[in-house]
Design a protein around this ligand. Structure first.
Ligand code: ADP
Length: 580
């Protein structure tokens, strides 16, 4: 129920429209069925109906009299034709309003899943780096794909339950008007059945919760396993991955079976018991209250429809209970990511004319201390290379410079202003970042450089490619900038891909170019082409590189050797550029 309230609060006017359409559809159906009694009396003759003197049992003639009065008020004669027309009109209006209500439900459901997906996506992309790093990719994929879908389906089930509840109440109202005592007996018994069979809904709810939990863990494990499948296959250990994944998959199967069984039990149990209660209602009406046959026939229809609708309400509610946990799990992920938002805007506009400085920086990942008082300075316009063994903290320095990570104490300063006082978003727009993996999109070179930014044209791309030393080979390609680079950029060599990625980092004319091990995996020829491009860039912007590459060390203005949490500065061996 909490789920439906949350949805109704979020989609207020859609809910009002939907409820209105449902109500009108229910009223139309009620009007149609009310015409049944006069119709039967007309069809079967007065002998079978309430018009027989002495056969008026309890208050059935009163109800019929009300209907006849209403018809008279509208100037409608109670003839066979007019009654049939009213029944037909009732069903027509019911169908039209129901269609409108269901269309509204469908549209809102699509909006629900879209909104949930976008909320999660935006919250994750805006979250702090430390938070993002701890998010298993599979879990996010699962939330975007399966949980959002299940949440939207749960919304449809909840509103469909309402779609059935309203006509159910109207039929029950008609039954009460015909004979409130007989209806009370039958409906009270029906409520008891619904109450007793509620345990089946609870079984389904628990199965749903279990599936939500299992899907999360299964998808997280699956993505992890697929990313490291090569060593597993190479050592013939795939069975290890199989064991982990098969275990969760089998548990999922078990929980689905439980869900199917409880749904089937509710389905068949309900029908049997509701029929029993209708029989009870008929017996009470005919034997105890001596009601006319025509009234009893309409009562049977009204009670039968009322029970059928109430049964459907419960079945839909059972389905809602199954999917509800997916919605809560998804909103939990959204809330957690929103709580971990980065504070990007609102600071001072950054300037980078003098230096980027780390001053007495202490940084730990959880309890693992990486720096305990690190200080270093990167001069604007210089090429600085960070070297040191793996795990010595090179990437951590870069992440702090970008503002992705914040030191627990000490300062990162840009031209003397602490990074935390700056508008980080503007600062990041002044950065060009080249990662180690140079995976390109299966698209044109132009798109790979602009990444779809509409304000950038072919001239900007050419300028960036020239600066990255890539223009010469791109220009020689038969389709030039429109050449499609193939899956993951497979049609280009490693060095060519690397220079395209450098052009991508340069296209926005950054003040700081960061090369995060971008030259480590290159062969000799490629390395020369890339370092030549970087040599040409020297002086135009600041370059901060992590590299074990000799050329990047000898070509640097400053080299910091990191080890055991401290940085030792050594000035460049050569001031004339890269060693060739
Ligand atoms: P480098 O780039 O020099 O290889 P890093 O800056 O990546 O070093 O890492 C420095 C240390 O911090 C390493 O010991 C590494 O294990 C640890 N570390 C890096 N990232 C994380 C993280 N997200 N959580 C916990 N520890 C981390």
């Amino acid at each position: 129920m909490g789920l439906m309230l949350a949805f109704f609060r979020a989609y207020r006017w859609q809910t009002v429209l939907m409820m209105l359409a449902l109500l009108l559809s229910g009223v139309a159906e009620g009007v149609g069925v009310s015409a049944l009694l006069p119709l039967l009396n007309i069809a079967l003759g007065p002998e079978a109906g309430s018009a027989i003197p002495g056969a008026s049992g309890e208050d059935q003639s009163e109800f019929e009299q009300v209907i006849l009065d209403v018809l008279a008020f509208f100037g409608i004669a109670p003839t066979l034709g007019s009654m049939l027309l009213i029944i037909l009109g009732g069903v027509t209006f019911k169908s039209v309003f129901l269609l409108l209500a269901q269309r509204q439900v469908g549209y809102t459901a699509a909006q629900v899943s879209t909104d949930l997906r976008l909320q999660l996506l935006r919250a994750i992309l805006r979250s702090k780096w430390e938070y993002f790093l701890h998010q298993p990719v599979g879990r996010l994929t699962n939330a975007m794909a399966s949980e959002a879908q299940r949440a939207a389906t749960a919304f449809v089930n909840g509103t469909t339950a309402l779609t059935f509840l309203i006509p159910g109440i109207i039929y029950a109202g008609v039954a009460f008007a015909l004979s409130w005592r007989a209806s009370l007996v039958a409906i009270a018994a029906g409520v008891v059945v619904i109450g007793l069979s509620h345990f089946l809904v609870n079984i389904t709810r628990k199965a749903g919760m279990k599936q939500t939990r299992l899907m999360k863990s299964l998808m997280a494990n699956l993505t992890d396993t697929l990313q490291s499948v090569k060593p597993l296959k190479a050592m013939s250990r795939e069975y290890l991955a199989d064991q982990v994944l098969a275990h969760d998959t089998n548990l999922l199967n078990k929980s689905q079976r439980r869900q199917v069984l409880s749904a089937a039990m509710l389905n068949s149990g309900q029908e049997l018991m509701f029929t029993a209660f209708i029989c009870l209602g008929i017996y009470v009406a005919m034997e105890k209250f001596d009601m006319a046959l025509t009234t009893v026939m309409v009562l049977v229809v009204a009670l039968g429809r009322a029970f059928s609708y109430f049964g459907k309400v419960q079945k839909q509610y059972q389905k809602l209970a199954e999917g509800e946990s997916a919605y809560w799990s998804l909103t939990e992920s959204i809330n957690a990511a929103e709580t971990a938002q980065e504070d990007l805007k609102g600071g001072i506009a950054p300037r980078f004319d003098k230096s980027l400085t780390l001053e007495n920086v202490h940084f730990s990942y959880d309890k693992h201390a990486v720096f305990k008082g690190l200080s270093l300075q990167i001069d604007a316009g210089s090429l600085t290379t960070l070297v040191g063994p793996s795990g010595s903290g090179k990437t951590t320095i870069i992440d702090m410079a970008i503002g992705l990570l914040r030191p627990q104490s000490g300062e990162v300063l840009l031209d003397g202003v602490p990074l935390r006082d700056l508008d980080i978003s503007q600062w990041r727009r002044m950065i060009g970042y080249v990662p180690q993996d140079t995976i390109l999109l299966h698209d044109s070179i132009l798109h790979n450089v602009t990444l779809g930014e509409p304000s950038l044209g072919a001239e900007d791309v050419e300028r960036a490619l020239r600066a990255a030393g890539a223009w010469e080979f791109v220009n020689k390609l038969p389709q030039g900038l429109d050449t499609v680079v193939g899956e993951r950029g497979g049609k280009l060599s490693g060095g060519q891909r690397q220079r395209i990625v450098i052009a991508r980092a340069l296209i926005n004319q950054p003040r700081l170019l960061i090369l995060d091990e971008a030259t480590s995996a290159l062969d000799k020829d490629t390395e020369e082409a890339v370092t030549q491009a970087l040599d040409d860039l020297k002086g135009q912007l600041t370059i901060l590189a992590i590299s074990h590459n000799q050329a990047m060390v000898t070509g640097a203005d400053t080299v910091f050797r990191l080890s055991e949490g401290s940085a030792v500065r050594s000035e460049a061996a050569s001031q004339s550029g890269f060693a060739k």
